[in-house]
Write a protein that binds this ligand. Sequence first.
Ligand code: SAM
Length: 325
Amino acid sequence: MAARPPFTDSDTADEAVRATCDDATTCKRFATSKGYWKDPYVQHFVRSVGGTEGSGINRGYYALVRGVNHLLDAFIQKTECDCQIINLGAGLDTTFWRLKDENRLPRKYFEVDFPTVVARKIHNIKTKPPLSKPIIETHSTDSLLLDGHSLDSDRYCVIGADLRDISNLDEKLKKFQLNPEIPTLLLSECVLVYMTPAQSSSLVHWAADTFHTAMFINYEQVNMADRFGQVMIENLQRRLCNLAGVEVCQSLDSQKERFLKAGWEQADALDMMTVYGVLPQDDVERIEHLEFLDEKELLLQLLQHYSICWASKDKLKLGLSQVAF
Ligand SMILES: C[S@@+](CC[C@H](N)C(=O)[O-])C[C@H]1O[C@@H](n2cnc3c(N)ncnc32)[C@H](O)[C@@H]1O
């Protein structure tokens, strides 16, 4: 029998997807270093501050972070923190630390990503006290579980798993005390687009079947059938990164449809151009003075090619359908 080559095409493709978390975190660190928003934790996850000034990318990340936080914070308010959050494909995201600082932690905050990404995140947490201290402070016993591929404490849990393998995902989350009975927020930020439509559909279905009171926030590409969308696809393909789920990113309607078809009661979607226009305008004005924008057209195109879609189901009648901009 022929020996299996050390790397298959799918290994290479997954490696390129995993690398996107460094890009996202480096861009976020750069934007925070310029003062777009405050995040004292992101510096502990990536060394590089490299970014492009004047390109509009910082404003794009600003709209993403402010937009997603707006919905996430509204969910926490509706549930009065009596909830859990699952960040799917969390990468090096720092939301747990922000919520801890703001005294608004859910009962438990879960993160899932590929085991190698999780191993890096755990290494950073273990070696950097500003990251580990808040986890220890919110843990009541000595028995904090920490190994190379998972970390489990009372309020924060990081799990290494492939989101395309639903039964393994479900098993691991339950092993770490996921509670299907309490209001649950699922978040995916630039993640579903790396899975085929069938794979992301299974994930969205699983979430709708598992939780009776829940909200799903999905941020990713939209309007991808036009010329600019094509260029975005080609740029990523050059880095061997395939947008396997781009078919679902054709329009705001196709983004909403995937939730409605999977059993979610309600779905809304806005492109980031619209979100940018409805964010608190005093703060938008502040950030527009941070750097001179020499590529206005690029910013417009970027904002028109990303969207936030949010879906809910609300057996407990918490008013989740009112969460909006
Ligand atoms: C663009 S990054 C975004 C990271 C983070 N959500 C953020 O916005 O900072 C995409 C992340 O999704 C993860 N991801 C993509 N497909 C995945 C899968 N099938 N299973 C687990 N993680 C996945 C990648 O490893 C990566 O960390």
